[in-house]
Design a protein around this ligand. Structure first.
Ligand code: MG
Ligand code: MG
Length: 628
């Protein structure tokens, strides 16, 4: 199955677009007439340029306002078509997309449109060209693929076929299974786009908010399942109009696009096993059973600060690596590694970002499979030279240069702690912290779709709705990704301005990374007491916060007093309650959160986030730390 993408989906000039598309692994492109006109080079040269990059031109588009016109407009439309045919022959492509007419004078009538297409098919056939008809969701008379198909069927011409576009079908809530009635050989081309579910004008929604399959809320996989069931074997092509992508890095957008198509087709093959798609085999999404470790890169005074923080949080320094300057800190099921190496990957990460979570270890069902799927989806495997006695733990590069290691039970990788670390005899006091509840990654807002696609295409995870978090100096978007059982949870926080707490962290650390780690306890008050005994200083919350809490929830005054005494924040959902308190941020803006969930509370305390951020900023301003 050939993969393709419309040139309009990517930013840059035509050569930049083509380079990014070819590098991402696509087989072909839909050339947008705009991109041809804007380019300084004749159509024949453009065709040669495209083919020199190993790409084929799968489609030329768009040709608008063709069918159903009265004379003399009808004759003019045919003349325009002949000129497009000339251009296609120069370029070296045989298929043109005609989208359903929005012309005010278009008359409508299925048979009139079919007659126009039959006549156009005759002209196209003389030149060995083909025409494909697409129903725009906002077409004047034709805005449903079922009507477009009826026109193509009645046109009854071998050179006239149907073009399907997932956006136009799904945005109008047309059942994609109706595609299963169409013969596969009469579908000439398939365009795919997803979109977030927003109530707005169809044309505006389509032109500005389309995104890659899997990045939005439309049932693109159901649409594609219906397409493959017809026997269609032509190209599958991304046609994405998105304001963010128009300003994004061409290489990133193209890579995301290719990743989304490969993941989608794998899902489609699994859901339609009776249809043979001849795709290269790839393991299913990995089941993440939890976070095995988080590794910080740090050094010198910064390492002491982190060590002190871990001690006051009740962690035990329970081992040192056999060869590296790498210490293991544990509590409950939580492992934190502190890497002070002066060479290698962690060292570079420290030099680049300051103290940073450079590596995340995930417990998965099968570590090798996890890497193999990630690699098929465009991720780069990661490895460093192994010292003697060290295990080869499969790993990949995440986004922004981060690293993800995979640990499983079956290949003995879980023994790494015994094999590579020499235990110390420090007693396990602990403060009741049991496991990592979630990791919070901060990134710029326009990277959020890339990260969510990365995680949801590699791992069995679902995404929750995006929420807006108000920072005193701007807005931060937050989206949670989580496994069904909650064993692995990540929140993505997208900053739009550097003046927000998240945006400032991003600027300071030169790129997306983990800004806070939430550690779960089963008794928040006992943990708060134990931490206080260790000299832990929580983030102080305002009195106003607790006064407001009494108006939001029905809390007894002893409970309220205990919350306030511990600077503990509170939230509820339909299932249960959530308790959380925070450490004070370190010099680079990294902090820890302590949480307790009861009764199956499913959120992350989003209603509290504005007050937490305001408290953090008060503290940082008082300490003369960066103002925003
Ligand atoms: Mg389209
Ligand atoms: Mg959190």
């Amino acid at each position: 199955m050939k993969t393709s993408i419309a040139t309009v989906s990517i930013s840059g000039n035509l050569p930049e677009k083509l380079e990014a598309i070819a590098a991402a692994g696509f087989d072909g492109i839909e050339i947008f007439e705009q991109d041809l006109i804007a380019h300084d080079g004749n159509p024949r040269e453009v065709g040669d340029l495209i083919r020199s990059m190993g790409l084929e031109i799968t489609l030329f588009q768009p040709f608008r306002d063709f069918e159903g016109l009265p004379e003399p407009l009808r004759a003019k439309a045919f003349d325009r078509a002949e000129r497009k045919f000339d251009l296609m022959q120069e370029l070296g492509t045989d298929l043109v997309l005609i989208c359903s007419s929005c012309h005010p004078a278009a008359l409508g009538g299925i048979d009139r449109a079919a007659a126009d297409f039959h006549a156009l098919g005759e002209r196209a056939a003389k030149r060995n060209l083909r025409v494909g008809f697409e129903a725009l969701a906002w077409g004047k008379h034709v805005n449903d693929h079922r009507d477009a198909w009826e026109i193509v069927r009645r046109a009854g011409h071998a050179n006239v076929g149907l073009i399907l576009d997932s956006f136009h079908t799904l945005a109008r809530k047309i059942d994609p299974d109706t595609i299963r009635r169409i013969p596969g050989d009469k579908i000439f081309f398939v365009q795919l786009a997803d979109a977030p579910q927003i109530e707005m004008d169809l044309l505006y929604w389509s032109r500005h908010f389309r995104n890659m399959p899997g990045e939005g809320d439309l049932a693109v996989a159901d649409f594609m399942r219906a397409v493959v069931a017809t026997g269609y074997t032509g190209p599958i092509s991304l046609e994405i109009f998105n304001d963010q992508f128009r300003g994004g890095r061409p290489a990133t957008i193209a890579k995301d696009g290719h990743r989304s198509l490969v993941a989608l087709m794998d899902d489609v093959q699994r859901a339609e096993p009776a249809v043979e798609l001849n795709l290269p085999m790839m393991p299913a999404r990995a089941n993440v059973e939890g976070v095995s470790f988080v590794e910080f890169a740090t050094r010198g005074e910064d390492a002491n600060t982190l060590g002190t923080m871990l001690k006051t949080l009740g962690f035990t320094h329970s081992g040192n690596h056999i060869a590296k300057q790498l210490s293991l800190w544990t509590q409950g099921d939580i492992r934190i590694l502190v890497n002070c190496e002066t060479t290698g990957y962690a060292s570079s990460a420290y030099i680049m970002h300051g103290t940073t979570a450079c590596d995340i270890g995930l417990s998965v069902n099968d570590a090798k499979d996890a890497v193999s799927r990630a690699t098929r989806l465009g991720a780069k495997p990661f490895s460093q030279a192994l010292g003697s006695g060290e295990l080869d733990i499969p790993a990949i590069r995440g986004l922004s240069g981060s690293v993800l290691h995979f640990i499983d039970e079956t290949s003995g990788l879980k023994d790494v702690w015994d094999v590579e670390f020499i235990g110390s005899t420090a007693p396990q006091t602990g403060a009741g912290l049991q496991r990592i509840d979630h990791l919070a990654q901060t990134m710029s807002y326009d990277e959020m779709l890339s990260w969510s696609l990365f995680y949801t295409s590699l791992f069995e995870m679902r995404k929750s709705a995006m929420v807006d978090v108000v920072d005193p100096d701007g807005l931060v978007r937050s989206q949670a990704l989580e496994t069904d059982d909650g064993a692995f949870r990540i929140t993505l926080n997208g900053a739009e301005t550097h003046r927000t707490m998240a945006g400032n962290f991003l600027a300071d650390s030169f790129g997306a990374s983990v800004q806070h780690i939430a550690l779960a306890t089963d008794d928040i008050f006992a943990t708060a007491n134990a931490l206080a005994g260790n000299g832990f200083k929580p983030l102080p919350m305002s009195e106003n916060y607790y006064a407001d809490l009494t108006t939001r929830f029905d809390l007894s005054s002893p409970l309220l007093n205990r919350l306030q005494a511990g600077n503990i924040l509170y939230d509820e959902d339909a299932n249960g309650a959530f308790y959380q308190f925070y450490s004070r941020p370190d010099g680079g803006g990294i902090f820890f959160e302590i949480v307790q969930r009861t009764g199956g509370y499913a959120g992350y305390g989003a209603p509290n986030a504005p007050f937490r951020i305001a408290a953090q900023k008060r503290l940082m301003r008082a300490k003369g730390m960066p103002k925003s």
